[in-house]
Ligand binder design. Sequence first.
Ligand code: MG
Length: 387
Amino acid sequence: MGVSRTRVALMGATGSIGTQTIEVLRREPDRFELVALSAGRRIEELAALVNEFGVRRVGVNEDGDRRRLTALVANDVDVVVGERGLRELCADVDVVVNAVMGFAGLPVTLATLEAGARLALANKESLIAAAPVVAHARATPGAQILPVDSEHCAIHQCLAGSSDVGHPDVSRLLLTASGGPFRGWSRTQLSRASKRDALAHPTWRMGPKITIDSSTLMNKGLEVLEASALFGIEVERIDVVVHPQSIVHSMVEYVDGAVLAQLSRPDMRLAIAYCLGAPERMAHHWGRLDFTTSLRLDFEPPDRDAFPALDLAYAAARRGGAAAAWLSAANEVCVDAFLEERIGWSDIVDLVSRTMDDYVDDPLVDLDAVVENDAMARRITHANLPQ
Ligand code: MG
């Protein structure tokens, strides 16, 4: 048994996607071998995973975390700190799951692709902020991106069989959106939305950053940019459809009018298992759609007036260059400020929009330019926050 198990590295092991990836790996010990782990927080949890899976290569962010971890694990565990050891963690593996949160996930994305491995990408920000740099790394022989993001995972499946360069046989991608907790709310109601309201997602179990992004629809805006970068399809051919049941995870419309959709229960473990095992499909135990009882699937257009984040994302895509990097960076700063209750819910997108007003075209030629643009957008956004 376990003749040639797939070697998996999991970066960002103790967040929401990390934890759900662990649940997938626990179910399939004969298929997968967890060989490297990293986490920037919850070091005790990380140590427990290292011990449970017998992992020998581990990454943490700080020297203090390294000392705490080393005290909790066996002597022969190699613990690296920060970006320095990242290449070691991502080397000699078949799949790296990038479950790091936000722009901080960019070094994992690049290290994985440059090592010629499969990247199971749950970190859309790295792709959005650094699309041309990631595209270059993606050309490494053996490198491949499989999107964990449920919509993109669905599109990846619905595109099977489509010609891959530019997808001329595709007329458009239809990204579905649950609409989040505030679907149907007016602008006046939204101006009073609390942190607790925003964190109460109706269908998905996710971390706080993406849950807030879902409430503003910024998540969907970022997903439009993500889809464009992943599939090489311009945003004019990408539409958003609100689908409150979160069962149709996205659709592809072909030039002949045929629409292919991927459906399943809303459970991130299904997308994670797909990305780890593709092209094989894994039998598992997380429930199936039940067509023996009545099942409704509703679709409606998004309210672009109440949720201006969507149009901001399209505008950033049309602007090109570093505009998407600015949008994503400004949004990270504002979501943090909202979670710390320094700004209100409506301020998130208002402040992102103010940052975008200051954007000056930059072609984003290399990684240094990406890092500079990210830092500049953060500085401007911070300066606009209430002190
Ligand atoms: Mg998604």
